[in-house]
Design a protein around this ligand. Structure first.
Ligand code: ZN
Length: 241
């Protein structure tokens, strides 16, 4: 049976969050012909112990572009300062505009109970913007949407405070996921200094394998559906096959 291609918007707080938590799924969407947007909320400009904020911000944008290019995704660079994303009127309007611009069938965002403020607040902003994207009197640069997108939350770092209710088998796209994460070269050295000598590549593999063990496959990514009215828990919008 032929399937209409989907438009998918994944929203991550920092350059590398999407690669870590849902790029195996994004690679599956892209491989089957869906259109994928990767929105990065902050510019990662504190992600260095040696560069200036401007320098590291520019480096991280290029790394995010390189990663998105591996699956033919379009990068949306929102350019808030790293660690200083706040949820207010301006950021709500910005989130509405980003979702309208991508015109997605599916939005993937951080879990709103994530312990990191950039993660939880951007997850809330994305969740709350969802219905407003279809309200004509909320005016942004792009036209209001005709259809409210379906929203899923992806996993937290190390799975803290997150119990998946649906798993996407990413065994086949795991190598691509590794390559996408590896684009974020600037994060490798200093992150392993912080996390007991574990590289982000190792942490990602442990988590993907753990979610895979739960799902009965080699590697998986876990998701939860947004509970809302109108009911939007349509798992068939995830690339489960
Ligand atoms: Zn992050």
């Amino acid at each position: 049976m032929s399937r209409q291609p989907l438009r998918v918007l994944a929203i991550g707080a920092h350059p590398d969050d999407l690669e870590f938590q849902c790029s195996g799924t994004l690679a599956k969407y892209a491989a089957r012909g869906d259109t994928v947007f990767m929105a990065v909320v902050t510019n990662g400009d504190i992600g260095s112990a040696t560069h200036t904020m401007e320098e590291i911000g520019a480096i991280r944008k290029q790394e995010a572009l390189d990663s998105a290019a591996l699956i033919g995704a379009e990068l949306i660079w929102m350019d808030y300062h790293d660690e200083f994303f706040f949820y207010n009127e301006e950021s709500r309007r910005r989130m509405i505009e980003v979702i309208r611009m991508a015109e997605p069938d599916v939005v993937l965002s951080h879990w709103t109970e994530d312990y990191h403020p950039d993660h939880s607040l951007s997850g809330m902003a994305a969740r709350d913007a969802r219905i407003m994207t279809a309200v004509p009197l909320i005016v942004t640069a792009s036209a209001h949407l005709k259809k409210i997108p379906t929203h899923f939350f992806y996993d937290t770092l190390a799975g803290v405070n997150f119990t998946p209710e649906v798993y996407v088998d990413v065994t086949e796209t795991f190598a691509t996921k590794q390559q996408m994460l590896a684009c974020h070269k600037s994060q490798t050295a200093w992150i392993s200094d912080i996390f007991e000598g574990r590289s982000i590549a190792q942490m990602m593999e442990i988590q993907s394998a753990f979610r895979g063990m739960q799902a009965g496959v080699r590697y998986a990514e876990g998701f939860r559906a947004l509970e809302t009215f109108p009911r939007a828990r349509d798992y068939s919008l995830l690339p489960l096959e």
